[in-house]
Design a protein around this ligand. Sequence first.
Ligand SMILES: CC(C)(COP(=O)(O)OP(=O)(O)OC[C@H]1O[C@@H](n2cnc3c(N)ncnc32)[C@H](O)[C@@H]1OP(=O)(O)O)[C@@H](O)C(=O)NCCC(=O)NCCS
Length: 220
Amino acid sequence: MQDNPLRRWLSNLTGKHGRQPVLVKALSKRDHRRVLRHFLALDSNDRLLRFGSMLRDEQVIAYVNKIDFSKDIVFGVVNRMFQLAGVGHLAFISREAHPDSINYTDKEKVAEFGVSVAASARGQGVGTRLFERAAMHCRNSDVDTLYMQCLSSNRTMMHIAKKAGMEIKREYGEADAHLHLPPPSPSSVLAEALEEQVAKIDYAVKRNTRAALKWLSPKK
Ligand SMILES: CC(C)(COP(=O)(O)OP(=O)(O)OC[C@H]1O[C@@H](n2cnc3c(N)ncnc32)[C@H](O)[C@@H]1OP(=O)(O)O)[C@@H](O)C(=O)NCCC(=O)NCCS
């Protein structure tokens, strides 16, 4: 069957398998505190899975402080409480950083992706949608190779990678997965633009609702 990003996005919006639609928005510097709170809430095992080592709080803070929101692309899914249910971090880097990429691409840049979902929001498609949005963004930026590194024991992430058709190389307990992406199409560009617009509205509604609830709640 022909790939149709727009149809795929619409089917997510209507709520796949009776799930709530998951809207992915590009985050900005204004979300810095929310991103930090999301990472600090990950327990040590999740930090190991996400960062490859059990980062202490101060290392997590340093990692978030180093994110350049104007260069890297940070995607987020906000829950009803206006907290981040999931965060995906996409970075475009020189292909020399992945020497084997010479076999897969002749573009100068490749992408690297890392993702985490709050423990309370797992199993609802948030991780999958963040991954799909990152892949769509790469495609629309004319970057055709997306890398993801994780532990081979990370069965959930391995499942998401395989489902997306990633090629996976396992070595010493680590898995290096990469996905080859097709060039952008009018449908992929439109799907991403629509998703961002709808996610922006959803984000604004949740932010305003939270602000109103705060304002209405009795002051101590
Ligand atoms: C990995 C992670 C991002 C997944 O997020 P999520 O929102 O729960 O993922 P989704 O709900 O989109 O998808 C989970 C899929 O894995 C499947 N799954 C869950 N546990 C599994 C397991 N033990 N083995 C195989 N598959 C599993 C689910 O059935 C689901 O598949 P489906 O969509 O085909 O039904 C989340 O668990 C997480 O943040 N983990 C800690 C950090 C991490 O591992 N990051 C990845 C490193 S880059």
